[in-house]
Design a protein around this ligand. Structure first.
Ligand SMILES: [Mn+2]
Length: 365
């Protein structure tokens, strides 16, 4: 029996273009700490083999510190580590994989032909191949078949299965089912998939171990595998993200925004990045996002607030009043009734809120 770890798609040095320079630099720094954190985990869990299925680096021209952080983390794992380069970190003469002085326990697959490395101590063989260009239009698994020789055969590859387009190592389910592999460790799909059994082969994508934006939400991590002597492989997901991205929609109707948010938030969000979207209806004053952000400060690693609330309908009741307020509301209500789209209606409701606030000299923040 041995334990292995399967990770992929670290995308170290992602540019984080949606962030300020300072924020992007700080996020690159924490993601750069990932290999060291994984090394600690490998040692604590008694992992004996590490399979990394590509796109560990976001580009072939990563920062020197990044390649160094990866090199150091992998060395600290102190067990055999196998890397199958993907479409972002494809193997070429200029690649950091060719330039860096990689530690002895690290094996990088360098060609599009499957290479096999025997690990007698584990009674296992690790197979793998590399992207050698940003695209790989033929399946790297085509024609492969592991011998039934009583050893545990594992493979690590970056690729897709039954993909609509043939650009990223288009593997087929039939090839996998016929591969004779106990486990196929895949990369490329950023959202974790549940393990899939095809023939006698188990395969899975662990996804990115750290979210990089509000399109990569929730718990993320790596797979921890166990291969027993009969060659049977089982997997369990190991959450590993230090900072999770989460989107929370909160209805503020009939409550103060702070009460509503407090009631909806789980415990322990201090390390997470939240986008909170307020919805429902409010009084005329709307939501004071600045005050809400201040009241919630310290509860998150980062917080983004969005106001999608609208002013309560009762507000229109005063549209008939003989006052500036009544005239203003009356005119807007006509526009509201004539509006053709939800977007227009939303805009008019917001205009009503702002206008009433202006009439009352209220500060909308
Ligand atoms: Mn990829």
């Amino acid at each position: 029996m041995f334990r292995f770890l399967h990770g992929a798609d670290f995308h170290l040095d992602s540019p984080f273009t949606a962030l300020s320079r300072e924020q992007a630099a700080s996020r690159r720094a924490w993601i750069r700490a990932l290999p060291d954190r994984l090394a600690e985990y490998v040692r604590a869990q008694g992992v004996e083999l590490v399979l990394l299925a590509g796109d560990l680096l976001d580009t072939g021209s990563c920062y020197r510190e990044t390649a160094e952080a990866l090199r150091r983390g992998l060395e600290r794992m102190a067990v055999p580590v196998f890397i199958a380069p993907g479409n972002h970190d494809w193997y070429g003469a200029e690649s950091p994989y060719a330039a860096e002085d990689w530690p002895e326990n690290v094996h990088i697959f360098r060609t599009g032909a499957v290479e096999s490395v025997e690990l007698p101590a584990l009674n296992a063989v690790v197979h793998g191949a590399a992207f050698t260009a940003p695209e790989q239009e033929t399946s790297l698994l085509r024609g492969f078949s592991a011998p039934a020789d009583g050893r545990v055969h594992l493979m690590v590859l970056h690729g897709e299965v039954n993909a609509a387009e043939a650009r990223y190592d288009p593997l087929t389910k039939e090839e996998i089912a016929a591969s004779g592999l106990a486990y196929l460790a895949l990369g490329h799909i950023h959202k974790r998939t549940e393990p899939l059994r095809l023939g006698g082969t188990l395969c899975a994508w662990p996804g990115c171990p750290e979210g990089r934006g509000f399109d990569e939400l929730g718990d993320r991590g790596v797979y921890l595998g166990r291969a027993d002597d009969s060659g049977a492989v089982s997997l369990r997901f190991a959450p590993f993200a230090r900072h999770r991205y989460e989107i929370l929609r909160v209805d503020v109707t009939d409550r103060t925004p702070l009460e509503a948010v407090e009631a909806a938030l789980p415990q322990g969000t201090e390390d997470d990045l939240y986008r909170i979207i307020l919805e429902g209806s409010t009084g005329e004053a709307g939501v004071d996002l600045t005050a809400l952000g201040e009241a919630l400060s310290g509860r998150f690693c980062a917080l983004e607030l969005r106001d999608e609330t609208r002013i309560r309908e009762e507000l229109w009741a005063r549209a008939g009043e003989d006052s500036l307020r009544g005239l203003f509301l009356g005119e807007l209500r006509e526009k509201l009734e004539a509006a053709g789209t939800d977007g227009e209606r939303e805009l008019i409701r917001r205009a009503a809120g702002f206008g009433l606030a202006a009439l009352d000299h209220r500060d909308l923040g």
